[in-house]
Design a protein around this ligand. Structure first.
Ligand SMILES: Nc1nc2c(ncn2[C@@H]2O[C@H](COP(=O)(O)OP(=O)(O)OP(=O)(O)O)[C@@H](O)[C@H]2O)c(=O)[nH]1
Ligand SMILES: [Mg+2]
Length: 460
């Protein structure tokens, strides 16, 4: 495992608390042969087992695990005791030993009992998908709020898995900081400690949330629309954010590179100032406790004026990824199909060959205008101008346009218009009056109507 600055929270919560020597990992993708057994609600059948395995390896690498081996294990049904069959358990035990692995990642939901049995059989730490994602989030959190949210999710995860028989290995391996005392009494103490900590975190989060809301409210008074980037992890949100804002947010070929939201103002070609918000990526089977924990952060998305759904069109499973994003947006109360704020951004077109590009452009053309995706390469910048036009058009939908006739001496009136609306055109009429066309959002339109009630252009 690469040396990495880890904060106190991570040290306390990390399931891989032993650090260096658990850096070698084996990643297992259990694949149920019958789709019905996979459970349609959680597993997308358009995903291939290989694609799933690739993603799981990417997740393991995202916490600097050194993946020494990985593979698929097909099974007919989940074994209650060990998830996979005993033959496979033995086989993997041999691998763990010969490869010196300290961690086995099981890309599936593993029950506490299964975890205990597998850890005993393999003498290695077992991380399931939720545990792995929580671990990544724990390492990525940089702000106080992010750290609190992750800890909240993590504690809830642990609380749900705290069973008496489970702690033996933690003791032995020195796992979570607060689990490890002998016997049930200790376990009850642990449970109580976890619950107390959860309550304290919730109170603190509530405070942070109020501050955030204040910030948002004050931003609303300065009427710059918020453009939120959402999408599957690694889709290119941060790259696009940087291209749009000329910023340098970390973008990396790494799952969940971004965790905390970043905001930045940009001026669009027609003078609209917008605030672009980059935030955490989504993934399939995103632990519900994380969606819940990140609700406050995602409030930025929920209240955005325009939502850009960034998709990696060069990814084999782009369709499945898109469905996952739509599903999570749904959990946040955003109906991706019906919401007029949403624009799909088809990214990474530079990675397609000429045919692939042509068919993608065709496909986009065939969509009804209001749902037409915008094709871009966040890397090269191709299509960013088209995207800006689409954003401005979408923003304009909520706005009203006014034609006004002003006295040229009314400097105060004119400067009010510049501050509260977009001045689209301004010219002197033959009779020496100032004719201006402005566009304003709903709030300012009402104020404008009251303020300039006698200035409406009768000719318009
Ligand atoms: N070829 C190509 N690569 C891209 C493009 N956009 C992003 N990438 C690459 O894709 C990888 C992920 O990009 P990010 O911008 O970090 O993705 P993200 O959506 O912010 O990911 P998370 O923060 O992890 O959710 C990086 O290696 C980028 O260089 C693109 O248009 N073309
Ligand atoms: Mg990012």
């Amino acid at each position: 495992m690469e040396p990495r600055q880890r904060d106190a929270l991570n040290d306390q919560l990390s399931p891989i608390a032993t650090g260096q020597e658990t850096g070698r990992a084996i990643v297992i993708e259990p694949w149920l042969k019958r789709p019905s057994a996979r459970g349609a609600a959680t597993r997308d059948d358009t995903r291939t087992p290989e694609g799933r395995l690739d993603e799981a390896v990417g997740l393991a690498r995202a916490i600097d695990l050194n993946v020494v081996d990985s593979g698929l294990v097909t099974l007919n049904a989940v074994r209650p005791a060990t998830y996979i069959g005993t033959g496979k358990v033995d086989e993997i035990a041999g691998l763990v030993k010969s490869l010196g692995a300290g961690v086995v990642v099981m890309d599936c939901p593993v029950s506490p009992v299964q975890q205990r049995n597998l850890e005993k059989a393999w003498n290695a730490k077992v991380l399931d998908r939720t545990g792995l994602i929580l671990e990544i989030f724990g390492r990525r959190a940089r702000t106080r709020e992010g750290a609190l949210q992750v800890e909240h999710a993590h504690l809830n995860y642990q609380k749900s898995r705290l069973v008496r028989s489970w702690t033996h290995l933690e003791r032995q391996r020195g796992g979570f900081g607060f689990i490890g005392g002998p016997g049930e009494t200790q376990l009850e103490t642990d449970r109580r400690l976890i619950e107390e900590r959860i309550i304290r975190i919730e109170a603190e989060l509530e405070k942070v949330k109020r501050t955030r809301k204040l910030h948002r409210d004050s931003r609303k008074r300065v009427p710059h629309p918020i453009i939120a980037l959402v999408g599957y992890t690694n889709a290119g949100k941060s790259t696009l954010f940087n291209k749009m804002t000329r910023a340098s947010v970390l973008s990396a070929d790494m799952l969940f590179a971004t965790l905390d939201p970043t905001l930045r103002a940009v001026d669009l070609p027609h003078g609209n100032r917008i605030i672009v918000s980059d935030t955490v990526g989504f993934i399939s089977d995103l632990p519900t406790m994380l969606v819940a924990a990140f609700r406050a952060t995602l409030e930025e998305v929920i209240e955005a004026d325009v939502i850009l759904h960034v998709r990696d069109m060069s990814h084999l499973e782009t369709g499945a990824q898109s469905r996952d994003v739509v599903k999570i947006l749904g959990e946040l109360g955003i109906d991706a199909e019906g919401d007029r704020r949403l624009i799909e951004v088809w990214n990474k077109i530079d990675r397609l060959d000429a045919d692939g590009r042509a068919s993608l452009f065709n496909l986009a053309e065939r969509q009804p205008a209001e749902q037409r995706p915008v094709l871009v390469s966040a890397l090269s910048g191709e299509g960013i101008d088209r995207l800006n036009v689409a954003i401005e058009a979408r923003l304009a939908e909520h706005k009203q346009t006014f034609d006004l006739v002003l006295d040229p001496a009314d400097g105060a009136g004119l400067s009010w218009l510049y501050r509260h609306a977009e001045v689209l055109s301004r010219e002197m009429s033959e009779d020496g009056r100032l004719v201006v066309t402005v566009r304003a959002d709903a709030d300012n339109a009402a104020r404008l109507r009251a303020k300039f009630s006698t200035s409406f252009n009768p000719a318009a």
